[in-house]
Design a protein around this ligand. Structure first.
Ligand SMILES: Nc1ncnc2c1ncn2[C@@H]1O[C@H](COP(=O)(O)OP(=O)(O)OP(=O)(O)O)[C@@H](O)[C@H]1O
Length: 501
């Protein structure tokens, strides 16, 4: 059974479970008429399974952990019941939502704002890269809902007494597993500060498409026996997503990328693509290179100024640019319905990063395509991904001759872009950003640099020692072999002399 709902269609059936019908669907879950009506106006007419399962227990006052596939409506699963509770007893600050990226914070705030419009909802976004004084002022005005990234909110808690989180009713952790894991951005210290500032009696709501990986740590956050809901499907990606891989030698990767984009551009009128890459530098270089080929692309990575990041995303969302080249800062949560294709320029090292990246397409019942470029060194990563998502990736076929035809041109273009970037202060900026981060983490950058240099020295010495040992062993082995051969030769000589006699 397929039903068209608003902007996209949500398939109700095996994968997403039964859906209640019409506006009564949300009403039947216990939501007020005004809220169900407001959701309906946004195309959120029938609850998705995660909404149908989680909204009633949240309304009953229970902690909740919801694990459902990407694009299945987890945001509304917490926004709607929070708004209902807020309407019954409005005060500020009522709800705190934590999320790992700044862009995601703005997206969640928008859902709150639109669904909560009849309430005259006041929200406040607290993320890094924006003016701290203005944020402090907003916080002091007691907004109903605060949506924050942990680092900046913890900074406010450490430095300001103009607001309090002591009375919040709801603490929501969106992309909860990311907030708890110790990845390149480690939120644990900031979370400690935040958890120390919120009341123990709060209701805690945790959502993600990959919650099960950090389940035990998360359970300790939701204290009063949380209601746990997980989508039953074995396959962890959505049915509407076509998943392919393309085995390519490392040095011709970019030619394949250019060929894929060109083909897609030629064959489709209304299109948009997200390309994920591993580093900020590569993101920048790819963007420069694609522009050389006149592709309408824009970059998004953490070394860009926040205003540039927002502008890039806004232009991509409004289709001014059809290609977004991003690092994993855009891998989670972003909801851009027009994205039809995700290309992984590098194979993600972790299956869950793959799940979130490819989940930027095929959302809310729409169809999508994900192509992962795989080099000979990444085959084991593809196997790990396939094992986790319980799906075999099929090979994507490409006309190799066409790729060879542009190979030199693409490689020359890339080299030119690399040289151009080297002439800028990009690497220097990276170094400055690193130092800033260390200072924020309470470390002394100079001391750390000294420590790092010493560690590198020790490592180098150890390596040299290992190499010397290896060389000596090798020489010894060779000497032994030489002697053996000489002995053998002498023996043969003696033998043939005997035979001659
Ligand atoms: N009941 C519904 N009916 C139709 N569309 C819906 C419904 N609920 C949410 N949506 C739409 O589905 C899209 C995806 O929702 P959302 O961003 O909440 O997904 P998600 O599960 O949080 O995904 P991710 O794991 O990638 O963060 C949004 O555009 C949202 O408006």
């Amino acid at each position: 059974m397929t039903r068209v709902v608003g902007a996209g269609s949500v398939r109700c059936g095996e994968r997403r479970g039964p859906c209640a019908g019409g506006m009564s669907g949300f009403r039947g879950l216990g939501l007020a008429a005004w809220l169900a009506e407001q959701a309906q106006q946004l195309g959120i007419g029938r609850p998705t399974p995660v909404q149908a399962a989680c909204i009633p227990p949240i309304l009953q006052g229970r902690d909740c952990m919801g694990c459902a596939k990407t694009g299945s409506g987890k945001t509304a699963a917490f926004v709607l019941p929070v708004l209902q509770k807020l309407s019954e007893d409005p005060y500020g600050i009522f709800c705190l939502v934590l999320t790992p990226t700044r862009e995601l914070a703005y997206q969640i705030a928008e859902q709150f704002r639109v669904l909560g419009k009849p309430l005259g909802l006041k929200d406040c976004i607290i993320v890094g890269g924006m003016d701290m004084v203005a944020q402090a002022l907003e916080l002091s005005r007691k907004p109903h809902v605060v949506i924050a990234t942990p680092g900046r909110l913890a900074d406010h808690l450490r430095s300001s007494r103009t607001f309090s989180l002591r009375k919040i009713k709801f603490l929501v952790l969106d992309e909860a597993d990311r907030l708890l894991e110790q990845g390149c951005t480690d939120f644990t210290k900031d979370l400690e500060v935040i958890l120390g500032a919120v009341p123990a009696t709060r209701q805690t709501l945790l959502f993600s498409a990959t919650l099960t990986d950090t389940l035990n740590e998360l359970k300790s956050l939701a204290m009063n026996k949380p209601f746990f809901w997980e989508s039953q499907a074995e396959v962890r990606t959505v049915d509407e997503l076509v998943q392919r891989y393309l085995l390519v030698p490392e040095r011709v990767k970019d030619a394949y990328l250019v060929h894929l984009i060109q083909t897609f551009q030629d064959e489709h009128e209304d299109w948009s693509i997200i390309i994920f890459t591993s580093t900020c530098k590569n993101c920048q270089i790819l963007n420069m290179m694609l522009k050389k080929f006149n592709f309408p692309s824009v970059a998004l990575h953490s070394m860009m100024k926040q205003k540039q990041r927002f502008a890039a995303l806004a232009k991509f969302k409004s289709s001014v640019f059809k290609i977004l080249i991003a690092t994993d800062v855009a891998a989670r949560g972003l909801d851009i319905p027009t994205v039809q294709v995700v290309i992984n320029h590098n194979t993600p090292g972790l299956p869950k990063i793959y799940i979130h990246r490819v989940g930027r397409t095929a959302r809310a019942g729409r169809h999508g395509l994900a192509i992962t470029l795989v080099t000979q060194y990444d085959i084991h990563l593809v196997h790990a991904i396939e094992e986790q998502i319980k799906t075999k990736l099929q090979e994507f076929s490409v006309e190799e001759r066409a790729v060879l035809g542009i190979l030199t041109q693409v490689n020359v273009a890339r080299r030119e872009c690399e040289i151009k970037l080297e002439a800028t202060d990009f690497d220097e900026k990276k170094e400055i950003n690193k130092r800033k981060q260390m200072i924020l983490e309470g470390k002394d950058p100079d001391l750390e640099a000294k420590r790092k240099a010493e560690l590198a020295k020790i490592k180098k010495k150890n390596k040299q020692f290992r190499e010397r040992v290896q060389q000596t062993l090798q020489e010894k082995k060779q000497l032994q072999l030489k002697r053996k051969l000489q002995k053998k030769a002498r023996r043969q000589q003696r033998q043939s002399a005997k035979e001659e006699k």
